[in-house]
Design a protein around this ligand. Structure first.
Ligand code: SAM
Length: 281
């Protein structure tokens, strides 16, 4: 694709969908765009834009396509075991409830997995707050409805939990009403020029889960996002990222790596008592 054409597409797509392609890796994005045009049957982008410009559904479809939303329940089970065995119990020590944000939640697999773990590990009757956000409106609608999810998508859900938290219907698995009520879903762009934090109450989030979202972001986009996520954590709070994602500027941002895929915003250092020139306090 010519540079000029990509510049035109970035401009047009930002205007139509609100997605800023400048924050996504251009090579991968150009390949996706080319495939989209081919599949659409329109001879040119100009013709495609003219056809969809007053059609919110078609515009939504283009936005959803650009922001890919494949997901599974308990994606990377080993990491969820770590969350269950050490991270959550540690975060919950001395707290009645936890504040959790699933950033880039797709069709709900991730926040439902987190809600199940909070129920099972920390306590079902505690007033946990789980916020789940995504840029993709149709994925959020799916998530909010609680399904349907395929057998493949729920494959990593342990059998007793599958029975407790889902109902099996002809069209797939549906999250139970009580599980759905645990989560607040809302639309949110992690790359928005003016980053607005989803409501976290005072003090920030205990846990932010942002996994498999940044794969197509540019390095600048990633750095900027991780800085925002650091700011959104409470001191001592944990950021959980994708299995293959490494925060290269973690140290600069102020995050400390605690396990593969888990980073912590450290607690403020206690000031040591002043010592005089002779070392006598
Ligand atoms: C591959 S899914 C990951 C879902 C889940 N976090 C997981 O790990 O399975 C990526 C999600 O990121 C969302 N996404 C992409 N760009 C985004 C942005 N700028 N703001 C918010 N969400 C975004 C997509 O809509 C998609 O639902």
């Amino acid at each position: 694709m010519q540079e000029q054409e990509y510049t035109y597409l970035k401009h047009k797509i930002l205007k139509l969908t609100g997605v800023d392609l400048a924050c996504y890796k251009s090579e991968q994005m150009q390949r996706r765009l080319q495939a989209y045009l081919l599949r659409s049957g329109f001879p040119t982008w100009f013709a495609l834009f003219r056809a969809i410009q007053n059609d919110p559904e078609a515009i939504g479809h283009l936005r959803d396509y650009l922001t890919i939303n494949v997901s599974y329940f308990f994606r990377d089970p080993e990491k969820y075991k770590c969350l269950q065995g050490s991270i959550l119990p540690e975060l919950a020590r001395g707290r009645l409830s936890l504040r959790v944000w699933s950033a880039g939640c797709s069709r709900g697999h991730e926040p439902y997995s987190l809600a199940i773990l909070l129920n099972e590990v920390v306590g079902a009757y505690r007033p946990h707050q789980i916020i789940a956000t995504d840029i993709d409106r149709s994925a959020l609608e799916w998530a909010q409805a609680g399904g349907p999810y395929s057998a493949e998508e729920v494959a990593a859900v342990p059998a007793p939990w599958l029975e407790r938290y889902f109902s099996a219907q002809e069209d797939g698995y549906w999250a139970t009403r009580s599980l759905r009520r645990r989560i607040t879903f809302c639309e949110h762009n992690l790359l928005a020029k003016s980053f607005v934090l989803p409501e976290s109450g005072a003090g920030g989030y205990d846990l932010i889960v942002c996994r498999n979202v940044v794969i197509y972001f540019t390095n600048e986009g990633k750095d900027q996002l991780y800085q925002h996520l650091y700011d959104a954590l409470r001191p001592g709070g944990v950021l959980f990222v994708g299995g293959t994602e490494i925060i290269s500027k973690a140290h600069e941002i102020g995050l400390e790596a605690i396990e593969m895929s888990f980073y912590r915003r450290p607690l403020p250092q206690l000031k040591s008592p002043r010592t005089g020139p002779s070392g006598i306090r």
